[in-house]
Design a protein. Sequence first.
Length: 240
Amino acid sequence: DRELSKLKGVSFDIHKGEIFGVAGVDGNGQNELVESLTGLRPIEKGDIIFKGHSIRNLSSLKIRKTGIAHIPEDRNKTGLNNKFTIKENLIANLYRKKPYSKWICLKNSLIKEYAEGLIKKFDIRASGIDIPVESLSGGNAQKVIVAREVDLNSELIIASQPTRGVDVGSIESIREILNEVKKKGAVVLLVSADLEEILSLSDRIAVMYEGKIMGIVSASEATELNLGLLMTGGKAIEKE
């Protein structure tokens, strides 16, 4: 139902050095939230404040320049260009910037060095950097996106379903990477339908239902039962 997917009075704060989880059954406004925060969807009311400044309805490029990175939900549609090489996908955010380009010329040796460094650092299993990214397994393709976005050292990383459809080894690797980002003082906004992932990674958890935030709870006090109740529009059970 399109009406139910719209955001309704969503409000929350996030803080340095935390993973803020957003839980909910798919289709309850999570995609709209991410798209609004990343410049992919215009918002009609309210504001988005980042580092003391409004980023409401800025373009995706301008939002990136403020220090926000984005790991999108669908790696094939919006995360990668599957016909491009691993190297080309890894350098996508930086190829117009120094030292990787000057005027209209790309510094291929530096780009090669950068891409090979990311493959090693993020344990991307590939036979080389010049093969099409579509030849990779789902887990390794996802790690290309994670490597590209995390290596920007952004102050906020919006990670939408970051381990969906990948193998167990890649799941653990990506979760470890997100924890490292948090330890370095950045913020991770983690949107996931996987309750186990939300509970194991998050410091605080917001639950969305029909476009609303039903509650924000500390992960140390959250249970699958309480989150499940909130995810279906109910109320959490209070401790006696």
